[in-house]
Design a protein around this ligand. Structure first.
Ligand code: PMP
Length: 454
């Protein structure tokens, strides 16, 4: 579809864009106007083809514009364009998705509830935690512990769980009953410790917080296996197993927000398999449908799921489009493509090793302080001084500068804030495209360095 002048003018004046400066849009300062996308490429209104090295928002894992996805979606629309799964109803698409997920997921993912976004799914997870503890006769276990740098969404509750400080003041958040502990961010919090010890120290912050609030009041701890949006903070191997032990010790439910890590990003189907732990509740979105249709899910283990699914009361929770037939068909086809093309194995065995080899080569760059991540996701921590691990002055936008110069060479990377540049290429990226990503990124780093020197 071509963009008309009148539509652009309407967008500029009447569309309040999320995570944007509204005033910049009002002045017509759009960063990109993207008209089409195919494979790993985005094509903008000026005809520029750029490699999208961040898979949209870490979601378009199978690549853009696939014919078989279009056919699947069209068939579902023609057959059953809508029916709710409320009131004990189901349909072939919704049931087939559940069957597929049940076969695919590990033993701790047994019972599925569907929503449309990561934010809704995280809100749902916390509502189900509350209900679970009520059914256990412990209604006071309502407090939820999250972490600094976390991104769990933007609804009142999920935004409260989010630990990125700028997301709170405009909306008087966080709401009561949520607290945050330190992120396992060794660059900032762990200079004096080796990885193993730092992981244990960062996990210890959870125990300290449970004891501060009172274990009888704490219902759950929530965390992303790898904090993708939050500067790609990635914990050392000792962290998650220790978090699991602490949750068990105090009877606190462990929620893994796998909105980004689910469906292959780490080279395992789920981030829990990569980091070696099992959550009680898992939250899925993005990669479940590669964002061809909004689909998300909350997945319960047997302990929580059997309690809730055998309870005789009605569940007073749901969304109009929960497990929408077209969404279910989309997710099903997306998963089938991941399986048929062996894309998760491709990430694990082929792409991620090449990706990390290329990343390692950037370690010596004067701007690069640390490289974090897992599988096909990474963050480059830029620094003004490697020895003292110092940040650039507030507002210098060094990561945005690198992203802009990288884009000059036809590659889109993400400025994550906290002087961090993020990379999350699609799983179909070819070797040649991966090489192009890194040569553009090196150019971006070099140009940013040069501009600092002048
Ligand atoms: N959790 C995580 C880990 C995320 O990365 C995101 C989105 N970036 C969300 C939750 C929220 O998902 P949504 O934007 O679909 O509400």
């Amino acid at each position: 579809m071509k963009l008309s002048r009148s539509a652009l003018a309407a967008d500029q004046t009447h569309h309040i864009h999320p995570f944007s400066y509204p005033a910049a849009v009002r002045e017509g300062r759009f960063r990109r106007i993207v008209e089409r996308a195919e494979g790993v490429y985005q094509i903008d209104s000026e005809g520029r083809r750029s490699i999208d090295a961040v898979s949209g928002l870490g979601c378009v894992n199978i690549g853009y514009g696939r014919e078989e996805m279009a056919d699947t979606i069209a068939e579902a629309v023609r057959t059953l364009s809508f029916h709710p799964v409320f009131w004990e109803c189901t349909n072939p698409y919704s049931a087939a998705l559940v069957e597929k997920l049940d076969q695919l997921t590990p033993a701790n993912m047994q019972h599925f509830f569907f929503a449309n976004s990561g934010s809704e799914a995280n809100d749902t997870a916390i509502k189900l935690v509350r209900w679970y503890w009520k059914l256990q006769g412990k209604p006071q276990k309502q407090h939820v512990i999250s972490r600094d740098m976390a991104y769990h969404g933007m609804n009142l509750l999920s935004a409260s769980l989010t630990g990125l400080q700028p997301c709170h003041p405009q909306f008087s958040l966080p709401i009561a009953g949520v607290s945050h502990i330190m992120a396992p961010w060794s660059w900032v919090n762990g200079a004096d410790l080796d990885d193993e010890d730092f992981g244990l120290r960062a996990a210890q912050a959870l125990e300290d917080e449970i004891l501060r609030v009172g274990p009888e009041r704490v219902g759950a701890f929530i965390g992303e296996p790898m904090q993708a949006t939050g500067a790609c903070v990635t914990p050392p191997a000792s962290y998650w197993p220790e978090i699991r032990r602490i949750c068990d010790r105090y009877d606190v439910l462990l929620i893994a927000d796998e909105v980004v890590t689910g469906f292959g990003r780490t080279g395992q189907w789920f981030g829990q398999q990569y980091f070696g732990f099992e959550a009680d509740i898992t939250v899925l979105a993005k990669g479940i449908s590669s964002a061809y249709f909004p689909v998300s899910a909350v997945v319960l283990n047997t302990r929580v799921g059997e309690t809730l699914s055998t309870n005789p009361e009605e569940l007073y929770h749901g969304y109009t489009c929960s497990c929408h037939p077209v969404g279910a068909a989309t997710a099903l086809k997306n998963i089938q493509i991941l399986q048929d093309e062996g894309l998760v194995e491709r990430v694990r065995d082929h792409l991620a090793p090449r990706f990390w080899q290329r990343l390692e080569a950037l370690r010596e760059h004067p701007l690069v302080g640390e490289i974090r991540g897992a599988g096909l996701g990474a963050g480059l921590q830029l620094t003004a001084d490697k020895a003292s691990r110092s940040f650039f002055p507030e507002g210098s936008g060094i990561d945005a500068l690198v992203a802009r110069y990288t884009w000059d060479k036809g590659v889109i990377v993400r400025d994550l804030g906290a002087d961090t540049v993020g990379l999350m290429p699609p799983f179909i990226t070819s070797d040649d495209e991966l090489d192009q990503i890194f040569s553009a990124l090196r150019h971006g780093l070099d140009r940013a360095l040069l501009s600092l020197e002048h």
